[in-house]
Design a binder for this molecule. Structure first.
Ligand code: GLC
Length: 720
């Protein structure tokens, strides 16, 4: 194919154009007919998509089909929880099934490429795009990113409902300074390799067909021009042979970054660094001919980029099946898809507080529930960010489902109180208080509208917006049990309201079936099992705060608390504890990574190792027992953490190395088993060489990253 192509036809493959406005064939048709377009994005009308493909396949000289891209981030028409919420389910198989259904829906309208999974690691909830991420941990992101790749692509990407996945944004985007989207990142190579690159490697090993470069500047070299990462690491070290696409006009932005003087320079930098296709920009099209003519860009590099693009098209089977004639979704499929969305939403909700077993509400003992707040009946908001194709009609709200489940038994007294999450109008407060006084319990739906997270939507203050905290305080006077149900695109700082409510159920933006998921949890038809994929800071000034941090030379201890209000202002300089903490916040988060309660209590005990020594060719088995000490069957996510106590580079105080979602019937004890090989303990050490070092390791198994059940073992000899 390559041998037959003219230079223009080759350069045409490197071009991805926006097909979202006007009638695309009218303005795109001629360019596609001439063979000057390799891909289009942002059209989900199967008739138009087929028309574009027909022009490419039947009316261009070589008949090369188009890649048709779209952001199918968490579902398509049936919207799943935002990825951060899906991460809270700690259920790779269910995430894979969710992606599979999204691919079936999207491929049905001719989309053959999604710009997901986003596997950026972030430790900064100010960053709006934390909503699209799997949170702060590389291991969890590895597992879930690979699961999404499998779900989108299946193990046969040429299958009709498979769509190409895209691991993004390569790399380090989540480390944007101050959590401000698009801001520069400065990531030492050792951290880049031991944290940020890991989930991309896992996606590549899972067979992801494409990667997208990040907008961000990494240590002075923007990702879209970073030849070290795009060539030395991605191609030479990892052997990736797929397609690399820029982000939206991120080639052109190289000039804005201050890396180049003009678009020609940007085209040169990006193509030379290894960006195969330019999304939505025209630097390549307008400037590569002259750059090749001048000898500044080698035609061999162009051929290499075209090969990567054609390879993706061949792997997707587009040459054999360029058109979409998918039958309308069968009702059974739609019902199955909604069942998956419901389960994923249910498993993503995290019970953060449940004083005096306020939840679940027992409808036999209640006559009226006050359902209050701006997010109880907000079908669009609950879908979250990146829902271009989300069908609002498919969205079922908590209010709708509470009314359905309580019909004929419990009265639902609903008041919105605040028009939206940022509203400061308190006109509805007294009526809300009256409703609370008149009810047996209050379900208070708070949080963020979906527009407050996602791309370019970072916040410097991550408290509940508007007058929501004031509403919580106002309702205290009712003296009734108050359950806060929070829908948000990020961790919020809850310190200013957490003591004024009896229970908190954190539901992220739960998607189309968020209503049934939440209603069934609060009424006890299901039990909460979510665990936090990200730390919740007490206050924004603690950020970045994450569990897998370094110990430092002066670590705080359990006794290190926030004592700014009680310390003696004449206290001697060194008397307040010389360690890494804040006088006004201590050093711990409000809720730690991995944390989540349920409607029963569990005890972890009897951690047993198969050996106290792990030799190079051996596998260590770690086993622990979990007893459900309550009277309700629950699902629990057991977690395994390891610490490399002393190494050639300092290692985190704990690292997640395994997890398993298990069912534990009331009063029963089950055992969980994890295996560890020396390679599982590997890391990039001095001079960034991969190594597993001999020495002492600590190990914990428990229900969150502060698990106390521990043991220790030794690795006898280094392994490379
Ligand atoms: C956006 C995002 C990227 C998305 C692309 C196409 O700017 O950064 O994640 O896939 O453009 O919409």
């Amino acid at each position: 194919m390559l041998g037959k192509m003219t230079l223009d036809e080759k350069l045409g493959q490197l071009v991805q154009l926006d097909a979202s406005w006007g009638h695309p064939p009218d303005y795109l048709g001629e360019r596609i007919r001439a063979g000057h377009v390799g891909s289009v994005l942002n059209n989900a009308d199967v008739h138009i998509v087929n028309e574009l493909q027909r022009i490419a396949v039947e009316h261009s000289r070589l008949g090369i089909p188009l890649l048709v891209g779209r952001d199918v981030i968490h579902g398509f028409k049936t919207v799943l929880p935002i990825p951060l919420g899906q991460a809270a389910a700690w259920n790779p198989l269910l995430v894979e099934v969710g992606a599979r259904h999204a691919a079936i829906e999207a491929s049905g309208v001719g989309i053959n490429w999604t710009f997901a999974p986003m596997v950026d690691i972030t430790r900064d909830p100010r960053w709006g795009r934390i909503a699209e991420s799997f949170g702060e941990d590389p291991y969890l992101a590895e597992c879930l990113g690979a699961a999404m790749v499998r779900g989108f692509q299946t193990d046969n990407p040429s299958e009709a409902t498979a769509i190409a996945a895209c691991a993004k944004h390569f790399v380090g985007y989540g480390a944007a300074e101050a959590g401000r989207d698009y801001a520069a990142t400065n990531i030492p190579e050792n951290e880049l390799r031991n944290v940020h690159l890991r989930p991309f490697r896992a996606a590549v090993d899972a067979g992801v067909l494409t990667l997208m470069t990040s907008f961000s500047d990494i240590d002075g070299v923007p990702a879209t021009a970073n030849d070290y990462l795009l060539r030395d690491v991605l191609r030479d070290e990892w052997g990736f042979d797929g397609l690399v696409v820029s982000d939206w006009e991120s080639v052109q932005q190289l000039k804005t970054h201050g890396l180049t003087h003009d678009d020609a320079g940007s085209a040169r930098e990006a193509i030379t660094a290894g960006v195969d296709m330019e999304m939505a920009g025209e630097c390549y099209w307008h400037h590569l001919p002259q750059l090749i003519e001048q000898g500044t860009v080698d035609i061999a590099r162009i051929d290499d980029a075209v090969r990567n693009i054609l390879r993706a098209k061949f792997r997707l089977g587009l040459f054999e099946r360029p058109f979409t004639d998918a039958p309308p979704c069968e009702p059974a499929t739609i019902a199955e898809r909604q069942a998956v969305a419901l389960r994923l939403a249910q498993q993503s909700c995290v019970l953060l507080k449940n004083e005096k077993a306020t939840l679940p509400l027992n409808t036999d003992q209640l006559s009226r529930i006050a359902v209050l707040g701006p997010l109880a009946d907000a079908p669009y908001q609950q879908m979250g960010t990146w829902v271009f194709d989300g069908d609002r009609e498919l969205s079922v709200t908590p209010l709708q489902w509470l009314r359905k489940l309580c019909q004929g038994s419990v009265e639902i007294d609903y008041q919105r109180v605040l028009e939206h999450s940022r509203s400061r109008e308190r006109g509805g407060f007294d009526a809300a208080l009256a409703a609370a006084k008149n009810a047996d319990a209050v379900l208070l739906f708070l949080g963020e509208e979906s527009i407050l997270s996602g791309e370019a939507h970072s916040r410097a203050d991550i408290n509940l917006p508007g007058a929501q905290v004031q509403l919580v305080t106002h309702l205290r006077e009712a003296g009734k049990p108050v359950i806060a149900v929070i829908l948000a695109g990020r961790p919020l700082t809850l310190t200013n309201m957490i003591d004024d409510v009896d229970a908190v159920l954190y539901c992220w933006h739960p998607g189309s079936l968020g209503g049934p998921a939440i209603a069934e949890l609060v009424l006890g038809h299901a039990t909460p099992s979510g665990k936090l994929p990200v730390s919740f800071p007490k206050m924004v000034g603690q950020i970045p705060i994450y569990y897998n941090q370094k110990n430092t030379g002066k670590p705080p201890t359990a006794e290190t608390i926030a004592h700014i209000d009680t310390l003696d202002s004449h206290a001697p300089q060194t008397s307040l504890g010389m360690s890494a903490y804040h006088l006004d916040a201590g050093f711990t988060p409000l809720f730690p990574f991995g944390f989540g309660l349920s409607y029963s209590t569990v005890e972890y005990h009897d951690l047993v190792l198969s050996s106290q020594h792990l030799a190079a060719d051996e596998t260590l088995i770690a086993q622990a027992s979990i007893t459900n000490t309550g009277d309700c069957d629950i699902d629990e996510v057991a977690q395994l953490y390891v610490r490399d106590v002393a190494a050639s580079v300092t290692r985190p105080v704990r690292e997640l190395k395994g997890f398993e979602r298990v069912h534990v019937p009331a009063g029963h004890t089950i055992t969980v088993q994890f295996t560890l090989t020396p390679n599982d303990l590997g890391f990039y050490g001095r001079r960034n060489q991969w190594v597993t070092e001999a020495g002492e390791y600590h190990i914990w198994i428990g229900g969150d990253s502060q698990a106390q059940l521990s043991s220790a073992f030794r690795v006898d000899e280094a392994a490379r």
